[in-house]
Ligand binder design. Structure first.
Ligand code: AMP
Length: 486
């Protein structure tokens, strides 16, 4: 199969050739001719399948006829995050080099007046996050009656992020004669319902089940105690000893842990950045750009923030937590082993993760390999049951293989109070301050002193002694900075 047979225009085919694509991917082969025939599409495909080009290429072809009118965009693409919206814009710029189309991006973090100016000029392609689009609409700066093609991308992510009511509202503001292209990696019932309400006789194209993992990625498990500081120490050990580590993404399940882990790795002088949903647009873009260029070697991220980002050549993935959704595991490890390169994905596992691990192994139909001692889930479960019965820790001989009974034995109030100082830290400011430190030399008063330095910090006393003074490979370290004058 070649691109020539799909019905795309000459201008688009020339851009595809310039992009170096030889063959269309499965979603492109399935979707492009149907979009060109003006059919609605239900594309069940995840990121990495070439899904973006499957709608941008035929849209560019269709947009060659007709002209944009002021404040009445001709097409609208809804994306759950600013990064994804920015990536779709990049795609339009790349594939649309032979077109003179006006493309506008409506996302948070960009001034309204700048965006209004673009809309006034007439927009062929409007790419937006749902909230920002509605803000513009409510200010009367945008008319949606002219939209001929509506794209709803990453619908399941929209659901996770609570955007479905906004999507429903937007769908109702656009004439029903429009063509709707709808993409989702998974089809939970809420998404199914949405497709039934807003798609008309769609062509359904389903590709690459989300259970497939690349053959060239080595999948490893590492048992760890549950306490945060101990998990961080285990992670550092993995980072320090991983072979051929060029760059890596470290995934956490919780936003709060992303910030805490990022700060901890930074204090341990790793060359690290972070990406999570609360960061402002400029900081996220700067972070991602630095990671792409190799200025940052480690990126601590949450699933939502990392979903869909086109980050090339990640040699390793570290799952700081076992993902609660088995499919997130597949998405996470899909960041490595791209284009036939080899990759390694480590997952830290505590004695409480058994059911999540089982779900992953069932999904990918593979038993994952442990490095070091596997967790003895049976012993840990027995111990938990005993503790529930007696209210006391189990006898010593019932210890789990990872020695984490001390953690489990603690009353939950104590654990909560231990983590309190970090929870109450002013998160947004801290993230700003730390992320800027990645590219800007820190003032002398902020310079990190390394793991042995004297620092008054929230969780300093939690850091175990054995993590001090370990050797960290030079490429994982920050650029050397002058030490504080004594
Ligand atoms: P997507 O699934 O849209 O995020 O695309 C994933 C990656 O595949 C992007 O880096 C695209 O540039 C690339 N890509 C898209 N279509 C093709 C193709 N037909 N051949 C090779 N690479 C492609």
């Amino acid at each position: 199969m070649t691109f020539d047979t799909l019905g795309l225009s000459e201008k688009v085919l020339a851009a595809v050739e310039a992009a170096g694509y030889k063959e269309p991917t499965a979603i492109q082969t399935g979707a492009i001719p149907q979009v060109l025939e003006r059919r609605d599409i239900l594309g069940i495909a995840q990121t990495g399948t070439g899904k973006t080009a499957s709608f941008t290429l035929p849209m560019l072809t269709l947009l060659e006829k007709g002209r944009a009118r002021a404040r009445m965009p001709r097409t609208l693409i809804l994306e759950p995050t600013r990064e994804l919206a920015a990536q779709v814009e990049e795609n339009f710029a790349r594939y649309g080099i032979n077109h003179k189309l006006n493309i506008a991006l409506l996302i948070g973090g960009v001034s309204f007046s700048e965006q209004d100016k673009k809309l006034d000029r007439g927009t062929d392609v409007l790419i937006a996050t749902p909230g920002r689009l509605l803000d513009h609409f409510e200010r009367g700066k945008l008319l949606l009656q002219g939209v001929e093609i509506l794209v709803i991308d990453e619908a399941d992510r929209m659901l996770d992020m609570g955007f479905i009511p906004d999507i429903e509202r937007i769908c109702k503001l656009i004439p029903f004669t429009r063509q709707t292209l709808f993409f989702s990696a998974t089809m939970p019932p809420e998404i199914q319902r949405l497709t039934e309400a807003f798609l008309q006789n769609p062509a359904r194209i389903e590709v690459a089940p989300t259970s497939s993992t690349a053959e060239n990625v080595t999948l490893l498990l590492k048992g760890t105690p549950s306490k945060d500081f101990e998990k961080r120490a285990v992670l550092r050990e993995l980072l320090e000893n991983a072979e051929d580590l060029q760059n890596a993404i470290v995934f956490c399940n919780r936003k709060r842990d992303v910030t805490t882990l990022f700060r901890s790795l930074e204090r341990h002088e790793f060359n690290v950045g972070t990406l999570h949903g609360d960061m402002d647009q400029r900081t996220r873009m700067m972070m991602l750009d630095n990671f792409r260029k190799g200025n940052i070697k480690l990126l601590v991220a949450s699933d939502v923030a990392a979903r869909g980002l086109d980050i090339p050549e990640v040699s390793h993935v570290f799952n700081y937590d076992v993902p609660i959704n088995a499919e997130d595991y597949v998405h996470r490890i899909g960041r490595t082993g791209r284009a036939g390169r080899s990759g390694v994905a480590y997952t830290l596992v505590t004695s409480e993760d058994q059911k999540y691990l089982q779900a992953i192994e069932a999904l990918i139909n593979k038993k994952l390999e442990w490095i070091g001692d596997p967790i003895d889930f049976e012993a840990a479960t027995k111990e938990r049951k005993e503790r529930r019965k007696t209210g006391k820790p189990a006898a010593k001989n019932a210890k789990s293989s990872n020695d984490n009974d001390a953690d489990q034995a603690k009353p939950s109030t104590r654990r909560r109070s231990q983590s309190k100082p970090r929870d109450t830290a002013p998160k947004a400011n801290v993230v700003e301050e730390k992320t800027e430190a990645v590219t800007t030399p820190a003032p002398v008063s902020e310079i990190s002193q390394g793991s042995g330095g004297k620092k008054a910090r929230n969780d300093r006393e939690e850091e175990p002694a054995f993590s001090q003074g370990v050797h960290i490979p030079a490429f994982l370290l920050r650029e050397p900075r002058p030490k504080k004058a004594s």
